[in-house]
Design a protein around this ligand. Structure first.
Ligand SMILES: O=C(O)CCC(=O)C(=O)O
Ligand SMILES: [Fe+2]
Length: 213
């Protein structure tokens, strides 16, 4: 008899299951060592090479705000990543992301069809004021994804902590997350307000969004 069912090569992944369960219960997940220290080093080198080539633009919020208003809200420099022209290091990065996205789509029916990622540098004394990651006229961003590329030994006194504002039974609480290298933070883009506290030492990251439609 011919096969009634297609063989599905699904293998349960405990890390991904933890992420899914965290997001289900608390709308965010913190993953240590999502990227190895070698990967962090290579990604930081890619970022710095591009920064030196001056490809980074001052981050803009929307398009009708003037520069001084923008600066009072966020002070990071960003460069969008291009998966189609990814170098070897970025390919490793996207392979890991795509593996997670594939798993989420198989197990959670999230329908992630698109993604967008950018490198970010926060120079000393910059920050990103409290905000939400979805635009008024565009709710396609479902999950925000932040990967920290700082050097080993990043200290709390370097600042730049990510603060998530959470609702615990109607009471607002703050979840303070240090940008330790290799750490990834995933949270629901449409729900979680957050901010980046002032940075005292240059801070490196990749931020991205998993999107529907
Ligand atoms: O770098 C972070 O910790 C968060 C960045 C962020 O909120 C953003 O780029 O929208
Ligand atoms: Fe954000």
């Amino acid at each position: 008899m011919s096969h009634l069912f297609e063989a599905i090569d699904f293998v349960e992944n405990s890390l991904y299951e933890q992420i899914i369960s965290d997001i289900g219960t608390q709308q965010f997940s913190i993953v240590e060592d999502f990227f190895t220290s070698d990967e962090v080093l290579l990604l930081r080198q890619s970022l710095l090479e591009k920064y030196d080539e001056d490809e980074f633009k001052k981050a803009a919020i929307g398009n009708r705000l003037n520069e001084s208003i923008v600066k009072s809200i966020r002070g990071d420099f960003i460069l969008w990543m291009d998966e189609l022209n990814a170098d070897a290091t970025e390919t490793v990065f996207f392979n890991k992301i795509n593996d997670l996205v594939g798993y989420l789509n198989t197990t959670c029916f999230l329908g992630i069809l698109h993604k967008e990622f950018h490198y970010a540098i926060y120079p000393k004394d910059t920050f990103y004021k409290r905000h939400i990651d979805t635009f008024q006229n565009d709710d396609r961003r479902k999950l925000s994804f932040v990967c920290y590329l700082n050097e080993d030994g990043w200290l709390p006194e370097n600042g730049g902590e990510l603060v998530l504002y959470l609702d615990e039974n109607g009471k607002e609480t703050e979840k303070v997350i240090y940008p330790f290298p290799g750490r990834v933070v995933i949270f629901e883009s449409q729900i979680i307000e957050h901010e980046v506290k002032p940075v005292h030492t240059k801070r490196f990251s990749i931020t991205g969004w998993l999107k529907t439609r």
